[in-house]
Design a protein around this ligand. Structure first.
Ligand code: ARG
Length: 471
């Protein structure tokens, strides 16, 4: 694909009827979108082919003209896909570049293609088709990542690790449970892209410039030919709505936020201080000066990508706010943001899937860390409530005193002697030691959605069932 378009000083052949001279070179530079909207060439040609077929079916153009247009458009597509197409800045955008080339190829019938249509409904249609494909791609990418996380969760459904609040050791949880937390988030992301896709799946084509058209077109036919559920119901809205793009960017920003959180955990967990996980060589880089370094660059970059994606969302919200109906050229600023956000999201999803599939988990380190930091203090307090009949607040207080005692001695809770325990509360018996172990702790968290391995396995099974349904 040639992406440095040629320029020309003559009046535009598409709308130059009332213009004596061509635009200033700088005007051409700010006005043209061909440098980026050539990414929508397949969608543009698909839309034009459907439009031509409909015009012929409605008797608006002749069947032979429609045939010449539809065949010629396939030639244009193959030229573009084969990198044999010369894009022209003078022709502004993908719509006029395609039409001008069609004219060179088939002559006069090319001029009939734009009957009952405007670039306003054309670009809205092309862009919806493009964003709709990206919703599908995001869902595919998310499913792959969920698959990788489920494999991690299944392997470590009963591996014990510290659960954190405030990044301080809170209570033991299982590795599987932690992985499944991300599966839940990413599952909601799939829901958002699916919802957005369903809402955007209405066809703007035939809204024409803004008011509809006097030609007897069949909007239901073009909508169906392009895989839309129905035509849009208001022509002004059809050409000026970009909330489908805003929804895509919003869903992308939320998804990228989830990826960023997981990436941050990988960065922390792979540090020398944690050593919970090790990334494979494929997903690490070295330092040019410090030979010992193994840097989690991919994770750091995924952590950062939300900046670009949210930036794109903010940019397009800002462009759209305050725009009067219907089309304004401001809206040409929609595409680069969405293109960049989509590319960024797909890359981040693929990289995260690769990293998670390849991750080595240091199960022993997880367990050692889970067993330190008084992680079973809540289990001890719960035991005092259950077995000694203490009100929870009193149990909390007594446990706090035991933690302080252990801290003074530089040991953890299970290392306190029974005598030391009874000095704080005389109701404590030998039985208390059973709940101080991390495995017992997680196994006891049997409430629905809790961290007990049985609960985690039930959720894994539920998600695997959903994965089967996706095939
Ligand atoms: N390149 C334009 C865009 O991306 C296509 C629509 C142009 N419409 C117009 N009335 N100038 O928005």
């Amino acid at each position: 694909m040639t992406d440095t378009p040629e320029t020309s000083p003559t009046a535009n052949s598409m709308w130059g009827g009332r213009f004596a001279a061509g635009p200033d070179a700088i005007m051409e530079a700010i006005n043209a979108s061909i440098g980026f909207d050539q990414r929508m060439s397949a969608q543009d040609i698909r839309g034009s082919r459907a439009h031509a077929a409909m015009l012929a079916a409605q008797g608006i153009i002749s069947p032979s003209d429609a045939e010449a247009i539809r065949e010629g458009l396939l030639t244009v597509l193959s030229e573009i896909e084969g990198g044999r197409f010369t894009f022209s800045t003078a022709l502004e955008d993908i719509h006029m570049n395609v039409e001008a080339r069609l004219k060179e190829l088939i002559g006069e019938p090319a001029g009939r293609l734009h009957t009952a249509r405007s670039r306003n409904d054309q670009v809205a249609t092309d862009f919806r088709l493009w964003v709709r494909d990206q919703c599908d791609a995001a869902v595919q990418g998310l499913r792959a990542l969920i698959g990788a996380l489920l494999a991690q969760a299944e392997a470590g459904a009963d591996w014990v690790m510290p659960g954190f609040t405030h990044l301080q050791t809170a209570q033991p949880v299982t590795w599987g449970h932690h992985m499944m937390a991300y599966v839940e988030m990413l599952g909601r992301d799939i829901g958002r892209f699916t919802d957005a896709r369903a809402r955007m799946n209405e066809c703007p084509l035939g809204a024409a410039a803004l008011a509809g058209t006097g030609f007897p077109i069949d909007r239901h036919a073009t909508a169906q030919a392009l895989g839309f559920d129905r035509p849009t119901a208001n022509s002004l809205d059809a050409v000026s709505d970009r909330d489908f793009a805003l929804e895509f960017l919003s869903a992308s920003a939320i998804c990228a936020t989830h990826l960023s959180r997981l990436a941050e955990e990988l960065v922390i967990w792979s540090s020398a201080q944690f050593r919970f996980v090790a990334m494979s060589d494929k997903w690490s880089t070295g330092s040019s000066i410090m030979p010992q370094k193994r840097n989690p660059d991919a994770a750091e970059l995924i952590r950062a990508k939300i900046g670009r994606i949210l930036g794109a969302a903010v940019a397009l919200f800002t462009v759209m706010k305050g725009l009067p109906l219907a089309y304004s050229k401001d809206m040409q600023e929609d595409k680069e943001q969405v293109f960049d956000a989509a590319d960024t999201l797909m890359l981040a999803l693929a990289a995260m899937t690769g990293m998670m599939s390849d991750l080595t988990v240091n199960r022993d380190r997880l367990e050692v860390a889970a067993s330190s930091g008084f992680s079973t203090a809540t289990d001890l307090a719960d035991w005092l409530v259950r077995e000694a009949g203490l009100p929870f607040r009193d149990a909390h207080h007594a446990t706090g005193a035991l933690v302080a005692a252990a801290e003074r001695r530089g040991v953890d809770l299970p290392d306190l002697t029974l005598a030391e325990m009874q000095a704080v509360n005389s109701a404590i018996t030998q039985q208390v030691y059973a709940v101080l172990g991390v495995h017992n702790s997680v196994a006891s968290r049997q409430s629905y959605g809790g961290t007990a391995p049985d609960q985690v396995r039930a959720q894994i099974a539920r998600w695997k069932g959903a994965m089967e349904g996706w095939r």
